[in-house]
Every structure is written in C-alpha cells, then in structure tokens.
Design a protein around this ligand. Structure first.
Ligand SMILES: *[C@@H]1O[C@H](CO)[C@@H](O)[C@H](O)[C@H]1NC(C)=O
Length: 249
C-alpha cells in the first residue's frame, strides 16, 4: 500500500502565477542550469515561496505516518506518528538532475540530492517486537538520519488547466543511503526509565537492521513529500513559462 503523507502546511497561491523575475530561466534539459536554479530556490524557500507555490517546508508539518512492519520479520513494529515535523529539508542540495526536456508528457526524470541530516520529530505510538525485545510506548519520537544521498525517479505527465499546460508527477520512486539513523523515543513503557533507556540503546545499537526493515515505508513517505512539494511548484506555473522560449539553442 502506498504511503501518503499529508502536508499540513498550505500556502495561498495566486492562480496563474508567473515565473519569479529573480529566478534564472534555463533551456529545456540544461541540467547544470536547472541544478543551479533548484538549489537557489531551496536556499530561499525554506520559509515559503508563494510565487512558486511552496509552503514553509523546514520544518515541514505533516499529518500522519504509519509504519507497520511485520509478518515473520525479526523486526515486527507498528509505529504511528501524528502531527509531526520533518526537519532538515531546507538543506537539500541537488547534485544531478536529468529530464525537464521540452517533451514532459510521459517522461522519465531523475533527481539526485543530498541532505546532511533529516529528523522526524513528534508524537508517536509504538507497539511490537524487535528480535526478542517487546516494545511499547507513546510519547515524542525523534528519528534522525545522517548524510543522506537520495535518488528519486519520476514519471511525469502533462495536464491542462484552464487552457494552460502544466507538469505533474504521475509516479515517483525514491531510495536513499544513509550513514546512520539515531532513534530516540520518549516515554517508552509508560515512562519506565530503565526499560526506556535499554530499548533506545538497543534501537541505536541495531539501527542498521531496524532501518533496513522500516526503510521501504520511509522511502515511500519521503517520496510522497518531495512529490507533493515538486507538484506544488509545477502546479503554480505553466511548464513552458519556466524555460527560455524561442532561443537559438
Ligand atoms: C533529534 O535527535 C538528534 C540526534 O540526537 C538531535 O541532534 C536533535 O536536536 C533532536 N531533535 C530535536 C527536535 O530535539
């Protein structure tokens, strides 16, 4: 089942926005230029960029995320996060962008980017078992992932709204590699200090195996977050208005 993470942050966008004059326009498919613009937008936009349809995205407020990892796996966990935050996206740095050509209907694109660290922070409930250790609790969770190298593949399509042509992501897939994930769950076992410390230590000592089991859901969640942010930008401005038109290229 596809994880859909709902962004709470919304921003009022003027319909039929025009491409901001302070952003460089690129030739279609000019990946160096597009990387430059994307990084510039990210560095300016963490507190929102209404002209480009972007809400405040650092921290990004999110409604819910359910990670239910079970079956016969040694990691059998249900983690439910509600009204939580994702912190760190403003440090996204694009390193490679392929696509954004003139023809974007049914087109494949690929983005590679780094984030030095991201944190999922907020109210959680957890229930399950890791190896032989039972786990239960509810409180505040902090999952921090360090040195993330993310690859996102997109399938895009053309949509027409009020006679104008826009790009929309039809499907996306995301994977990342990380150096380390740190877990901190407050109030495990109704606040039993010893069990809480033991369990958090166990999570951190076994982070690789635990992350391995929960990462498919994290991949999907983070894909859906980037997908909705990118879609907001491309829903704000007709695709061709973002690129140099009628150049000699
Ligand atoms: C989450 O944990 C990381 C690593 O321990 C820490 O650096 C960060 O400040 C914590 N985040 C919050 C919001 O407390």
């Amino acid at each position: 089942m596809r994880v859909v993470v709902i962004l709470i942050s919304i921003c009022k966008i003027a319909h039929a926005s025009i491409f901001p004059a302070d952003q460089e326009k690129c030739q279609y498919g000019d990946s160096k230029c597009i990387i430059r613009v994307a990084n510039n937008v990210i560095s300016k936009a963490s507190q929102g960029y209404p002209e480009l349809g972007l809400p405040v995205f650092d921290p990004l407020k999110l409604r819910s995320l359910d990670i239910e990892q079970g079956g016969n796996s040694p990691v059998n966990l249900k983690i439910h996060l509600r009204n939580f935050e994702l912190i760190g996206l403003s440090n996204t740095k694009f390193i490679s962008i392929q696509g954004f050509n003139k023809d974007y209907d049914n087109a494949r694109m690929e983005l590679k980017f780094n984030i030095p660290s991201w944190q999922i922070f907020g109210p959680y409930k957890i229930d399950g078992r890791v190896l032989i250790l039972p786990v239960a609790g509810n409180g505040i969770a902090n999952l921090t992932s360090y040195n993330n190298e993310i690859t996102m593949k997109l399938l895009t399509k053309k949509v027409i709204k009020q006679g104008k042509e826009y790009m929309q992501i039809e499907k996306s897939r995301l994977v990342y590699v990380t150096d380390r994930v740190a877990f901190d769950f407050t109030n495990l076992f109704n606040g039993n200090k010893l069990l809480s410390e033991t369990t958090n230590r166990f999570f951190n000592e076994n982070w690789k195996q635990i992350h391995e089991e929960i990462k498919p859901k994290l991949y999907e969640a983070i894909a859906s977050i980037y997908e909705s942010l990118i879609n907001k930008v491309f829903a704000a401005i007709p695709y061709d208005d973002m690129f140099i038109q009628g150049g000699s290229a």
